[in-house]
Design a protein around this ligand. Structure first.
Ligand code: 8X3
Length: 258
């Protein structure tokens, strides 16, 4: 029996958080797979540079500067997106490493806003296009912090637990509709900004996270995983993938050579 597949060259993927790291890598990878990519993030200059790169490689990219925490802006954005077959919710981040006793509630609020409500706003707003696709796919890029807790990571872990709940609940609610819901949960990924944001711009502390770790994951590893998951035949839903570097057996179990 022939397995039905959708031709990526006629499909559109919206990627949030596309200005750097996993988002930018995923946009490149999906463009390479033939998707028209819609790049959404706050920093227009970075999106324009990425779109130019995609077009130079023969791909099709459109740029939409967007703050996913701004509901009105997301609604206006969705009105401009004619079709959406794949939505990849990547916009997110960690802010601060203070323990519960000292944590700033504003950091927690900000993390909840971008990691949870951001995904909610964009997913809700693009739902008509995703369902009209006949084979819509929502990807939530959560984290291994969605399933565990660690000292100083309370706010981030709480927010990523929330992102996990968005994905898992949506899959239940979408059952019977032409919509797949995929969660990708990365562990230690070395990107230009993730740790730097978490440590409020302190480069030494940000780099120390990866010190001596042989081959932490890079953004392209997660992009590759996303591209694989969304290009399975439409009847195959990859519910959840936890992706870590070999050197990280568990959140606290990290092999370091120095
Ligand atoms: C990032 C993974 O280990 O910093 O989402 O919580 S970790």
């Amino acid at each position: 029996m022939a397995i039905p597949t959708q031709d990526p060259t006629q499909r559109t993927a919206v990627i949030t958080g596309a200005s750097s790291g996993i988002g930018a890598a995923t946009a490149r990878e999906l463009a390479r797979a033939g998707f028209t990519v819609v790049l959404a993030a706050r920093r227009a200059d970075r999106l324009e540079a990425l779109a130019k790169e995609v077009r130079t490689d023969g791909g099709t990219a459109r740029v939409h500067p967007l703050d996913v925490t701004d509901r009105e802006a997301v609604t206006a954005f969705a009105e401009q997106v004619e079709s959406c077959d794949v939505l990849v919710n990547i916009a997110g981040g960690a802010y601060g490493t203070e323990e519960i006793a000292q944590a700033d509630p504003d950091d927690w609020r900000r993390m909840y806003e971008v990691n949870v409500l951001g995904a909610l706003h964009v997913t809700q707003s693009l739902m008509p296009q995703l369902l009209a696709s006949g084979d819509g796919t929502v990807v939530v890029v959560s984290s291994t912090a969605s399933f565990t807790c660690y000292e100083g990571g309370g706010g981030y872990s709480a927010a990523k637990h929330g992102a996990h709940v968005v994905a898992q609940t949506l899959r239940l609610e979408a059952c019977g509709q032409p919509l797949r819901v995929i969660e990708i949960a990365p562990g230690m990924v070395q990107t230009e900004e993730f740790s730097l944001n978490r440590y409020r711009g302190n480069t030494d502390k940000a780099e120390a996270v990866y010190a001596g770790v042989p081959d932490p994951l890079v953004a392209e590893d997660i992009a590759d995983t996303v591209a694989w998951a969304v290009t399975r035949p439409p009847h195959v839903n990859i519910d959840l993938l936890v992706v870590r570097p070999r050197a990280q057996a568990a959140q606290h179990k990290v092999h370091r050579t120095a």
